[in-house]
Each structure stands twice: as C-alpha cells, then as structure tokens.
Design a protein around this ligand. Structure first.
Ligand SMILES: Nc1ncnc2c1ncn2[C@@H]1O[C@H](COP(=O)(O)OP(=O)(O)O)[C@@H](O)[C@H]1O
Ligand SMILES: [Mg+2]
Length: 399
C-alpha cells in the first residue's frame, strides 16, 4: 500500500532519511551511507565531505527543478563526474599496476539517491544524445521512486526512462504513461506530479523541497545579516542569514524562547539577545555584561554573529524534515564548540540533522551529549570511502 504524506504536527518520531547513495560524483565513486537522526560526516581535508554535502543538495535541487542547472554551473559532467577509472582493479589497489584508463564497459553515469522510512528516489544522469545543443549539460536518463527503503520493482510507483514517464497509484496497481516526451534536462519530480496518479510523487516532492541547507553563513563586514532588515514573520532563516533579526523575533513570538535564551547564556554567559524595530525595519540587540548599550549585528565579531545565525537556523519554529549544515564551526572560537554542540543536540529530536564537520572539538562535544551516527570519510586511489562502515543495502534503477 502506498502511503506518503507530510508529517502532521505533534507526531513524535519524524520520518528519517535512512540511506544516501552517490555514484560517479567527484571523488564519490560509489558511496552508500546510512543516516541517523543526527549524523556527523567527518574526515581529513579533501576526503569528500563537501562533495557529500553537495550531493545531498543536488538531490534537493531536483525537487526545485534546478538539478541540471546546478550541475552545469559546477562545470557539467566533465568536471563533476568521477575522474578516475571505471573500476579500480585489485592489482592497482595492491600497487602492482598504475591507475590507467580503460575502455568503458558501462555508460557514463552520475547517480544520486536516497531511501527513507517510507519512500526512496534515485536519479541517473549521463551524456546528452549527439546533436543536443547543450553538449555539456548532463541528461537525465532514468529516475525511479518507490515505497520502502530499497528499490524493488513491485514497490515502484513512478518510473522515468529517457523521455517516458509512467505512474501508478495504490488503488490502480496498473501503470499509466503520463508523458513520452519529457526533456532530458527536466526531472519527473517537477514535471509529472500528475493530479490523478501523481499524488505520491507530489507529496514526495514537497517533502524534498522542505529540506534545508546551511553552508558558509556569511559574517564578513558586508554580510546580509549585518544590515537592517524588514521585520516580518520569519519561521525559516534564509540561506544567507539576511533575515536574522526577523527570525529571532519569530522564535521569541512562537518558538522555543527557553532554548534560545539557554543557547545564548551557554555561549556567552551573562549576555542576552533581543530585537528592536523602528517602523518596518529592525535588527538584533546583543546585550553583554560590562557594556552600557546593546550591540547591533553590524558591530558583532564574526564568531558571535555566526553563532547567532546558527541559533536562528537550528531553533526554527518550523523544523524541516532534514537539515544539513556544512562546517558550521568555521570562524567560531573553540570556546563556543560546547554551546554549538548543545544547540545541535537540542535541535535534533525534532529534525533530522546531517552535520558536515572538520572540528574534532565539536564532534567530541556532541558525542558526549548523546547518540550520534558518525561517518568518517577517507580517500584511497582518489576515491572517497568510509573505512568503518557497514554499507546499507542499495539497489540502483537499471538503464
Ligand atoms: N571529478 C572528480 N573526480 C574525482 N575526484 C574529484 C573530482 N572533483 C574533485 N575531486 C576531489 O574530491 C576531493 C573532495 O573534495 P571535498 O569534498 O571538497 O573535500 P573536503 O570537503 O572533505 O575537504 C578533492 O580532493 C578533489 O580533488
Ligand atoms: Mg570541505
């Protein structure tokens, strides 16, 4: 029985994305990782952490209709495709033979997918057909959506092969072709949410659109977060942090004020955070012991401002199903790591969090506070792998 719905408010255990699968993307030649309620991705410089973050972001972009454009802006397939050999032979791994290109046996493929408690999705991109006016744009070859954690033909409810898309519902059981001319640069996720047979597809797309990503929240002197801003209802902090004050005021109005105050007190003992408004526009006010007046966002240090941005992001009164943070510790002083760890752990019961981090101090501090799924990445022959991982079961849709 197909049943995909949005999380209803008040439900205790939000759904989990349980598996992330990536193949042929940059150094992620073939990586399948399990995700938990709180997952930390770590590893040395160049091990593939940011690539994994990007891969998850690309999946979310699919639901916004931006996947092919995003890949193109990263340099298209020539740059994003795994640059090593199709297979790394045993003799190469043993150091007997050097790495060499061989004649490809399989078509060029960049594949992304995820499985969750209740449904899964995978997309397979390759070279556009000869004569396509955009030869560097990757073309979508196959997409599949299914119920349950791993792909089984009987559990599939949406399938795309080249320009053909077919859908089926729980009730009908039989497939219905909804289009035979989908462009190779458009995904069925955005173009085939058919109201009759595509309800599941539509529900899934809406959930993927809700995934939230924070990467390098700017704190430089010209950062959007330092400017005065329109004070309007803001349950979700913008990706560039431009609406920090409005987001803090919204947490004060409808969110968890105690968690907000506790996070500030923990990071900056004796300090407090409020907002002010002068007509439509306003800003934050950071009150610190020893100062005669509060400081505005323009006056705060990079580290302080970044911490406040992370507070606003993590304590959003409209928690997303999945929140992904890329190296939030950047520019934060070591002394703030315990407070950031506590903030992440406080936020995680209500939202699944994937945290990409390079900071041992932050990771150890989070681990001391509770159960974490830690995934350590390393590189071997240019390929990212996770040395101490039990690889989850995963099945790619076939071309
Ligand atoms: N197309 C590609 N094929 C193989 N490796 C690549 C490709 N593009 C980039 N890389 C490598 O992927 C590695 C991972 O980079 P990145 O994800 O930024 O690492 P981290 O964030 O862990 O420092 C880099 O060492 C880079 O050289
Ligand atoms: Mg990185």
């Amino acid at each position: 029985m197909l049943s995909i719905s949005r999380q209803t408010e008040g439900e205790k255990e939000p759904r989990l994305i349980t598996t992330l699968a990536i193949s042929g993307y940059r150094s992620l030649r073939d990586l399948i990782v399990p995700l938990g309620r709180l997952t930390i991705i770590t590893g040395a410089n160049g091990s593939g952490k940011t690539s994994l973050y990007r891969a998850l972001h690309l999946l979310a972009e699919t639901a916004q209709g931006r996947l092919v454009g995003s890949l193109a802006s990263e340099g298209g397939l020539p740059s994003t495709l795994w640059a090593g050999p199709e297979v790394i032979g045993r003799m190469v791994r043993a150091g007997v033979h050097p790495v060499q290109g061989t004649v490809r046996k399989r078509p060029v493929a960049l594949r992304l997918g995820f499985g969750s408690d209740d449904f899964g999705y995978a997309i397979d991109l390759g070279m556009p057909s000869p004569g396509n006016p955009f030869p560097l744009d990757p073309a979508i070859k196959v997409e599949a959506m299914w119920t349950g954690e791993t792909l089984r033909p009987a559990a599939m409810f949406a399938e795309r092969r080249g320009p053909f898309v077919r859908l089926r519902t729980a009730r009908s059981h039989s497939w219905r072709e909804v289009t035979h001319d989908l462009s190779p640069f458009d995904s069925m996720v955005t173009h085939c949410a058919d109201p009759v047979d595509g309800a599941e597809l539509l529900a899934m797309r809406e959930r993927m659109r809700d995934w939230r990503f924070y990467d390098s929240l700017r704190t430089d002197p010209a950062a959007p977060a330092r400017r005065r801003q329109v004070m309007t209802y803001t349950p979700v902090l913008a990706g560039d942090g431009a609406d920090l004050a409005a987001a803090i005021a919204t947490i004060r109005a409808i969110g968890d004020c105690d968690a907000l105050d506790a996070a500030i007190e923990h990071a900056f003992p004796g300090s407090s955070l409020t907002t002010e408004a002068d007509g439509h526009h306003g800003g934050i006010q950071f009150h610190q012991p020893g100062l005669l007046r509060p400081l505005g966002a323009a006056e705060l240090s990079d580290g302080t401002l970044r911490f406040l941005l992370l507070v606003a992001a993590l304590l959003s009164p409209r928690p997303p199903e999945l929140m992904v943070l890329n190296e939030p510790e950047a520019s934060l002083h070591q002394s703030l790591m315990p407070a950031l760890a506590r903030l992440v752990v406080t936020a995680s019961p209500e939202r699944q969090i994937v945290l990409v981090s390079h900071s041992d101090t932050l990771i150890r501090a989070i681990e001391r506070k509770g159960a974490v799924n830690e995934i350590r990445l390393a590189k071997n022959f240019g390929e990212t792998f996770s040395p101490d991982l039990d690889t989850p079961t995963w099945v790619w849709p076939r071309r």
